[in-house]
Write a protein that binds this ligand. Structure first.
Ligand code: AVI
Length: 323
């Protein structure tokens, strides 16, 4: 059967043994932790979409305002015939602002771990942008996959689009590794268009990550539900609670799951002890000033060309070029 897009890269997603082994390693640490990427199973991704619409959660609204207002300027900087690569593309809502504004884009390469979401978004984009060459890649973008150099290749400049402040969920060291790795896919002069959350009053941050409707709590606790289902764990969700706070010294919001009682929990064949008040660290969300972010990216050989902020100065979208 003839497909309307290149489907050669639809099977690079990891299997569930990676979930079990990474969880066993994380729960064996002194500060128990689980990598944040595991928050996004199908249910988690749906809850995250609800978070994005919350009044208390400002980043999505602020970034959309920036894209709506300045996509034309961004397109001018990028130039005609560009190939857009988007790691962790999700439902692909934000890239549409960019694709609409770009002059004759040559292609789009979304990279997304959730196959169903990727397929839905691919067919929507095909319909909305007829003639655009689209190469969906079903993979975990944090695994530093090697995309064959030929993926989606045409003549224009390649630009990595990384919105949503997902870069803030990586430690600064991981963020540099990520930028270097993806930067290797670009020629000199290729670009990065990155959305990153700005530092601000901690009360605004607290509200955004511990919202009054309890949706973020549900998002965090869903991780335990996933582990019960997928790797034979015995978490009692009533015995854990969501915790989120701004760690001023580290410049990051931390999300934890806190044990309300002393308890034993089985994960597959291993039993873990939790003291009352002990936590599993599930996510960091780093916040950067404009200068801090430009300095971070300079470590990966990227030169800041321009940045745009929303009207309330909450969020920033940066355009960098590879040296
Ligand atoms: C996906 N990421 C950028 C979100 C953030 O703001 O760090 C994830 C999130 N966690 C809780 N709320 C939103």
């Amino acid at each position: 059967m003839k497909t309307e897009f290149d489907s050669s890269y639809m099977d690079l997603a990891p299997q569930s043994h990676s979930l079990l082994s990474e969880v066993l390693v994380g729960l064996s640490k002194h500060q128990k932790s689980i990598p944040p990427k595991f928050l996004y199973d199908k249910a988690g991704s749906e809850i995250f979409e609800k978070i994005c619409d919350l009044r208390d959660y400002y980043p999505t609204r602020a970034e959309k305002e920036i894209l709506q207002t300045y996509a034309g300027e961004m397109a001018e900087m990028i130039g005609p015939g560009a190939l857009i690569i988007e790691p962790g593309s999700g439902a692909g809502e934000k890239v549409r602002y960019l694709l609409k504004a770009l002059h004759d884009p040559s292609g789009f390469v979304p990279i997304e771990i959730e196959r169903e979401i990727l397929l839905r978004m691919t067919s929507e984009i095909i319909e909305e942008f007829p003639g655009l060459n689209i190469t969906p890649v079903c993979a975990d973008f944090t695994e530093m996959l090697e995309l064959p150099v030929t993926v989606g290749m045409k003549n224009g400049k390649k630009v990595i689009f990384f919105p949503g402040s997902t870069i803030g969920n990586l430690s600064p060291g991981e963020a540099i590794d990520f930028l270097v790795h993806y930067g290797n896919m670009l020629e000199s002069g290729g670009g990065f268009l990155i959305g990153a959350d700005l530092k601000k009053d901690s009360s605004i941050l607290k509200r955004a990550y511990d919202d009054s409707e309890g949706v973020t709590a549900e998002f965090n606790l869903n991780l335990l539900r996933r582990l019960n289902r997928e790797v034979g764990a015995s978490f009692n969700l009533n015995n854990f609670e969501h915790e989120a706070f701004y760690n001023e010294e580290m410049g990051r919001v931390e999300m934890h799951l806190k044990s309300k009682v002393p308890q034993l929990v089985r994960v597959n064949r291993t039993v873990f002890r939790f003291n009352e008040g002990e936590t599993i660290h599930t996510e960091n969300s780093y916040k950067y000033s404009e200068d801090e972010f430009a300095e971070l990216c300079a470590h990966a050989g990227l030169v800041l060309k321009k940045y745009w902020k929303d009207s309330k100065n909450l969020f920033c979208v940066y355009y960098f070029e590879k040296e």
